[in-house]
Design a protein around this ligand. Structure first.
Ligand code: P71
Length: 481
């Protein structure tokens, strides 16, 4: 009988990079200097870095060998053609435009496809995606299923588009005011939630009726394909690579941040099957990114990407990648920590509203929790709540997302199971002492993508002094200090 395969890593480690633990006193100082924003910490002051899985994965020996084969010609680099071939082979799109990273591709597609005043439905916003849609004069409309906004709903494909919401938008504004539907595989802001192929087929059917194209944010498409293989009826016999291809085949164009799924430190691309859009993008890319055969990427990085794409769709790789995330999430869940369920594929998301019920959303609970976790453990995480959601472009008021989350994102092939255990213990410690975590107030707010550079200060507890007198526990005075 075939034994179920374990998720153990399908590789062994050839090179290591030391990490260093700092003292609590040091971290207190670093956090203050960083304005309580984990984006502003220096990486040398971080013990385990779960800020993002973007550009932080470990490359394979093959990829590093590819780096040595960089053809740094200004035009027509051989590595570009390797990259193009890999994209055509594994994702199936005909035309490829390289960009420096995902947002470069988002910029191009938004400028090309969105006329001023149009509406772009999508399965939940992503920060950079929505901003580029808005800068082009468009308005993002969230058409994801309601369950995606509920951290407790355990439906399997929480990334799905609600067809009724999409139909309602078409009826309300008219199909000619919708330049495309933006469909992300593995919905980041929902907690790393997948879409199902069934849903994508239905969206395809509906949009084809109105001749609305689908633009695929394929940043984590292989992880989504793995979830389909594991959980959607009828796909167990297909390989991850085959499912990736099926997904791409149901869409018209794509934007990609290669820094995630595709296992490289930098890079991205726009891809399309439409020759007219391709022609436009080839024109525009030289203005913002670079020539159409490098688009801001070095030749060596395009080579590493071509190899990374091949590795990213391997069943063994993806099982271990998602297996590690699920191992970690399961540990937190068993410890009673409020996390987004089901556990996603690129990280585990803490529900900061439930974790810190004593804070209002105006006190930036997810930001405060990310700061507290760093302070107590040196583990760096990322806020994905009201700070990330930014302000409403018309009213200027905060957007208050229902999900107020802290993301513990797992880089690919970087940390071990022992690291997962240490992080879980740190989060458990903060959870046990959660009522000592203070809210924050924003003292500096940048105009664009404010979460990157905003600064904060702890706001005082009401009646803090009396409380402190009553409870002189050591950890309390530490966290409150
Ligand atoms: C992540 C990132 C990187 C990031 C971006 C913005 C704020 C914080 C962190 C980037 C994505 C993404 C999706 C679904 C497009 C981009 C942009 N994610 N779509 O999760 O997840 O790609 O960073 O290469 O420009 O940490 P880019």
């Amino acid at each position: 009988m075939d034994r179920k395969k374990p998720w153990a890593e399908p590789y062994k480690i050839k090179m290591v990079e030391p990490v260093k633990m700092t003292s609590w006193q040091e971290r207190k100082q670093f956090l203050k200097e960083a304005g309580y924003n984990t984006f502003l910490l220096r990486s040398k002051d971080v013990y385990i870095d779960l800020l993002t899985d973007s550009g932080t994965s470990a490359m394979s020996d093959r990829q590093w060998a590819g780096i040595m084969m960089g053809d740094e010609a200004y035009a027509g680099s051989e590595n570009f053609y390797h990259m193009e071939e890999a994209i055509q082979k594994f994702y199936g799109y005909k035309y490829v435009i390289p960009t420096h990273q995902g947002r470069g591709a988002e910029h191009l597609i938004s400028q090309i496809m969105i006329p001023e005043g149009d509406f772009i439905p999508g399965n939940m916003y992503f920060t950079t995606t929505r901003l580029h849609q808005e800068l082009a004069g468009g308005t993002f409309v969230d058409v994801i299923v309601d369950e995606a906004h509920d951290s407790e709903s355990e439906i399997r494909f929480k990334g799905n588009i609600d067809l009724q919401k999409l139909q309602d938008l078409i009826d309300r504004v008219g199909a000619d005011r919708i330049p495309y539907v933006c469909m992300a595989t593995t919905v980041n802001m929902a907690g790393g939630q997948p879409i199902s192929l069934k849903n994508l087929r239905e969206v395809r059917e509906l949009t084809q009726k109105y001749q609305i194209p689908i633009v695929h944010d394929m940043t984590r498409v292989a992880e989504n394909a793995f979830m389909i293989q594991q959980f959607e009826e009828g796909y167990q016999e297909y390989s991850c690579a085959e499912i990736v291809k099926m997904i791409c085949d149901l869409t018209d164009s794509a934007t990609m941040s290669s820094k995630k799924d595709a296992l490289v430190s930098i890079g991205g691309f726009m891809a399309t099957n439409d020759p007219v859009i391709f022609e436009e993008a080839r024109n525009l890319v030289v203005v913002y990114e670079g020539l159409h055969t490098y688009g801001g990427m070095a030749g060596r990085d395009m080579e590493a990407l071509a190899i990374g794409i091949t590795e990213s769709v391997s069943d063994d790789h993806i099982r271990a990648r998602v297996g590690q995330v699920h191992y970690f999430g399961q540990r937190l869940k068993e410890a009673g920590i409020p996390i987004v369920e089901p556990i996603g594929t690129h990280g585990v998301f803490l529900d900061a509203k439930k974790f810190l019920p004593h804070l209002t959303q105006d006190q930036f609970p997810a930001q405060a929790l990310a700061a507290a976790i760093y302070l107590e453990s040196g583990v760096r995480t990322m806020e994905r709540g009201v700070v990330s959601a930014g302000r409403n472009k018309e009213t200027g008021k905060h957007n208050y997302p229902r999900l107020e989350l802290v993301r513990l994102t797992i880089p690919r092939r970087v940390y071990t199971q022992a690291h997962m255990d240490v992080i879980a213990e740190s989060v458990e410690y903060v959870y046990a002492n959660r009522d000592a975590v203070r809210g924050l107030e924003m003292t500096y707010e940048p105009k664009y993508l404010r979460f990157f550079q905003a600064r904060f200060e702890p706001c005082p507890f009401v009646g803090e002094k009396t409380r402190m007198k009553k409870k002189r526990l050591n950890w309390r005075s530490r966290m409150l200090a």
